[in-house]
Write a protein that binds this ligand. Structure first.
Ligand SMILES: Cc1cc2nc3c(=O)[nH]c(=O)nc-3n(C[C@H](O)[C@H](O)[C@H](O)COP(=O)(O)OP(=O)(O)OC[C@H]3O[C@@H](n4cnc5c(N)ncnc54)[C@H](O)[C@@H]3O)c2cc1C
Length: 411
């Protein structure tokens, strides 16, 4: 409900009571459960199943929670939740949020029946948690999504799709219950000839390839996914065959036939990824501030030196600026305002770069302790780097923004 002041001005950055309450609840979980476990799972480089179970038990790792935040009328539910989770820890945060990307891929482009059938299977229930994975990238198709080689061929006699190929870098790849795979149905059409397919749990032919040993977010599982004659029922084509056929017919006609399911998924999820980066940056800014007021050199707290205080000033200002762009993009998406200047990409670009810079500055403020594994800042610095790489690198975000603002085919 809006306050009289809000109603008069028509503008407010105050969170709704529901979102503010949810934020405090997620923050408590991040502080009490995620943070204390973060160092251990980073060292183990394994999916933190007990933490996921704990989150499921309290209702935080659940389809209901994700759906409620995704559909929050203000648009801010998901970004506020992700900032808190990733403030706790980015690796564990991604283990809790990774299924969301697969869920968004189906929710954005799928039919109501597909949403109803598959999303619950990406989260499971307390005592029986499940995971989802979204598999778009390939060894030779990262930024260049149009170069995807994984093939989907329709077997009309059986009403089945047959998938073959190798996916790279899949979060939860191979350990997920439901995989959403982007494949080419017509390679001659590049990205416009692609579609997404749901691979149900236990489908023969899908296996995990090499698990990636990573620089950061090490509590999140990343691996290759091999698809060897994977047969899925016709109803697993996201959006359905009629829609795909109509799209391909449009292209054959010479009209545009908007394609790229993967790109649509990324567009919608970018402000959420930006919020993750804001969480990591905020954690580092807060920690360094506290440290600077406690650590004494030359007889005074190091924060009393302008060199340190000014760095802290820049860090806090940058975090707030990144959050504002993130909230703006999430709000625009919710109210179906077109991203005319690629505002989703702007939020991801600025928040990702901010996380890298701010965690580096935090490390500087902690001196030797910043470089030690006994303090969390070195982990946050390693974690932060992913935000300039996945879900579209910073260069790709700039390319998208550059195209939007110039109207030119920037390459
Ligand atoms: C931990 C992790 C988790 C991931 N999770 C997933 C997942 O769940 N699902 C999924 O599908 N993918 C996932 N990815 C893949 C990720 O999205 C890709 O790594 C990313 O899109 C970059 O692709 P690439 O690694 O092939 O780099 P490349 O595309 O080879 O890029 C290499 C460099 O070239 C630059 N570059 C490329 N093209 C251009 C251009 N046109 N103009 C300017 N610069 C350019 C890039 O910006 C980059 O600096 C994950 C990656 C990591 C590391």
């Amino acid at each position: 409900m809006s306050s009289p002041d809000q109603a008069a001005s028509g503008f407010s950055l105050e969170l709704s009571a529901d979102v503010a309450e949810m934020r405090d609840w997620v923050h408590e979980f991040a502080r009490d459960v995620i943070r204390p476990a973060a160092g251990e799972w980073d060292e183990r480089e394994e999916t933190p199943w007990p933490v996921i179970e704990e989150a499921a038990k309290v209702g935080l790792y659940s389809l209901d929670f994700f759906a409620a935040q995704w559909m929050d009328p203000t648009g801010l539910g998901m970004v506020v939740a992700f900032e808190e989770l990733f403030w706790g820890d980015a690796g564990i945060g991604l283990s809790l949020a990774g299924s969301g990307l697969a869920a968004v891929a189906v929710a954005s482009n799928g039919t109501n029946e597909q949403i109803g059938e598959w999303l619950p299977q990406m989260f499971g229930s307390p005592g029986d948690v499940k995971l989802g994975a979204f598999c778009s990238s390939e060894p030779d198709a990262g930024s260049d999504v149009g170069a995807i080689r994984t093939r989907a061929v329709y077997d009309a006699a059986k009403d089945e799709w047959v998938l073959n190929g190798t996916k790279a870098w899949a979060t939860n790849g191979g350990i997920a219950d439901v995989h959403v795979v982007v494949a080419s149905v017509d390679p001659a059409l590049g990205s416009r000839g692609q579609a997404s397919f749901i691979v149900p749990p236990g489908t023969p032919g899908l296996s995990q390839g090499q698990k990636v040993r990573k620089h950061g977010i090490r509590a999140s599982h990343t691996a290759e996914v091999i698809l060897d004659n994977v047969r899925v029922p016709g109803r697993c084509l996201v959006g359905g065959k009629e829609r795909l056929d109509a799209r391909l017919a449009k292209i054959a006609d010479g009209s545009s036939g908007r394609g790229q399911d993967a790109m649509r998924t990324f567009e919608k999820s970018r402000p959420s990824v930006a919020a993750m980066a804001v969480g990591v940056a905020r954690a580092a800014a807060e920690y360094a501030t506290e440290y600077a007021t406690q650590r004494v050199q030359f007889g005074r707290p190091i924060g009393q030196n302008q060199a340190v205080a000014f760095m802290l000033a820049d860090m806090h200002a940058a975090v707030d600026a990144a959050r504002l762009l993130t909230w703006k993009a999430a709000w625009m998406a919710r109210h179906e305002l077109a991203f005319t200047k690629a505002e989703g990409s702007m939020s991801k670009l600025v928040a990702g770069e901010t996380a890298v810079r701010v965690t580096e500055q935090a490390m500087q403020i902690l001196g030797g302790n910043g470089y030690s594994r006994d303090y969390p800042v070195e982990r946050w610095h390693r974690d932060a780097k992913i935000f300039t790489i996945f879900e579209g690198t910073s260069e790709i975000q700039r390319m998208i923004i550059g195209r939007a603002v110039t109207g030119l085919d920037v390459r």
